[in-house]
Structures are given as structure tokens and as C-alpha cells.
Design a protein around this ligand. Structure first.
Ligand SMILES: CC(C)(COP(=O)(O)OP(=O)(O)OC[C@H]1O[C@@H](n2cnc3c(N)ncnc32)[C@H](O)[C@@H]1OP(=O)(O)O)[C@@H](O)C(=O)NCCC(=O)NCCS
Length: 193
């Protein structure tokens, strides 16, 4: 599999490539496709001052259409690798400082965000590796690191790091299973060559 994100392509090439990867991986999921194309364009515009000047109207449209009407908040500053699968896109929130690796899956009612501490300060944001499959109604908050090939059970609350190649679930989420990598790639079957 080509690891486009590790090569020295410019951001325009990467973001355009990511649009195609998202499109391919969300086959049969028109809402996911639309939201991700709109997110990639917003993210591209936000990455260059000159584009913001000419396309500020698009950013406004993105906020109103995707957040208010489609009910999905993926901040344009979130760093999302190629091939994000957005299943049943309702009530999804991804913070602007969060990072998602390649080929992750996010489902409805999932929050990836920060914690506000008693002293008014904010925590760091979650960082997800590659092939992280997040079940429905999962909340991942704070500066947690989630390794590659992780399955997170539906309705889990993740507030601690989760190591690679595991299944974690519950409130708070704990590792319940460790996987052989081959087994994981079979389960997480969205990887495209
Ligand atoms: C976490 C998950 C990946 C585990 O799948 P699995 O490895 O096949 O595990 P099993 O179904 O064999 O369950 C193992 C145990 O965990 C429990 N379990 C499974 N998912 C759980 C969850 N989300 N929360 C709490 N416990 C869970 C099972 O009841 C079972 O308990 P037991 O050993 O006491 O009987 C899966 O259950 C899951 O939650 N996937 C997300 C699916 C989803 O979000 N679907 C929405 C589609 S719209």
C-alpha cells in the first residue's frame, strides 16, 4: 500500500489525494462522501492565507451546512489521514487539534475532544493512530494516544491511552483483547490498496 502521507508531496497534492481515498472508502455512503469532500476542501482553504481571503465564504458555508444542517462537526484544522470512513454520520464531533491516522472509522454520536480542567485550562487532544475503528456513541477525551489497529467498543469512554493492536471497551475503556496484526487487518477491512 502506498503511504502517501509519508512522502514529500505538497499539502495540495495530499489533500486532493485524500479526497479520492475518502470517496473510495465511503462507497454506498453518500452522506459520508459529501461531508468528507467538504471537510477536505475547508481544510485545504484554511491551510493557506491567500485561500482564506478568496474563499472565506466557503468556510462560512461549511460551518453552516455541515455543522448546523448535517449535524457533524469536523473542525477544518483536525488532521485526518487518508481514507476516513464516516458511518451513520450524525452527532459526530472532532476537535480541531485532534489527529486521526489513515483508514480510521468513526460512527454516529462519537466525540473526540478535550477536557476543561477546574483551573480553566484545557487538556491536550486525542491522537488516534492508523486503522482505529471507533464504535457508535464513543467519547474520547483528553490527551490520550490510541495506537494503530485498535477497536473501540460501542458506548465506551476513553480517557487513557490504548496500546496498538487491541480491543478496548467500557467506561472507562480498558483493553479486553490483544490481536495478532493479521487478525486485525481482517476485521478492519476498509484498507484499500
Ligand atoms: C467491542 C467489539 C468490537 C467487540 O467485538 P468482539 O471482539 O466480537 O467481542 P464479543 O462480541 O465476543 O464480546 C466479548 C465480550 O465483550 C462484551 N462487549 C462487547 N461489546 C461491548 C461494548 N461495546 N461495551 C461493553 N461490553 C461489550 C460482550 O458482551 C462480551 O462479554 P462476555 O464475555 O461477558 O460475554 C464490538 O462489540 C463493538 O462494540 N463494536 C462496535 C460496533 C458498533 O458500534 N456498531 C454500530 C453499528 S451502527
Amino acid at each position: 500500500m502506498e503511504d502517501f502521507n509519508n512522502k514529500s508531496y505538497n499539502s495540495l497534492q495530499k489533500k486532493t489525494y485524500n479526497i479520492f481515498q475518502d470517496w473510495k472508502i465511503n462507497e454506498g455512503n453518500i452522506k459520508g462522501r459529501i461531508v468528507l469532500v467538504l471537510y477536505r476542501l475547508a481544510s485545504l482553504i484554511r491551510s493557506k492565507k491567500i485561500l482564506v481571503i478568496f474563499f472565506f465564504w466557503y468556510l462560512l458555508f461549511y460551518r453552516i451546512f455541515v455543522e448546523w444542517f448535517l449535524n457533524i462537526e469536523i473542525h477544518w484544522n483536525s488532521k485526518i489521514g487518508k481514507g476516513l470512513r464516516l458511518e451513520h454520520g450524525h452527532g459526530t464531533v472532532i476537535h480541531g487539534d485532534a489527529t486521526l491516522g489513515n483508514y480510521c472509522t468513526i460512527r454516529h454520536l462519537t466525540t473526540i475532544g478535550i477536557i476543561k480542567h477546574d483551573d480553566g485550562s484545557y487538556s491536550h487532544t486525542p491522537q488516534l493512530g492508523n486503522n482505529v475503528d471507533v464504535g457508535a456513541s464513543v467519547t474520547i477525551i483528553g490527551g490520550v494516544n490510541i495506537g494503530d489497529n485498535v477497536l473501540i467498543g460501542a458506548a465506551s469512554l476513553v480517557v487513557r491511552d490504548i496500546p496498538a493492536n487491541t480491543t478496548a471497551l467500557g467506561n472507562p475503556a480498558r483493553v479486553v483483547k490483544r490481536h495478532e496484526v493479521a487478525e486485525v487487518s481482517k476485521q478492519i477491512s476498509y484498507v484499500v490498496e
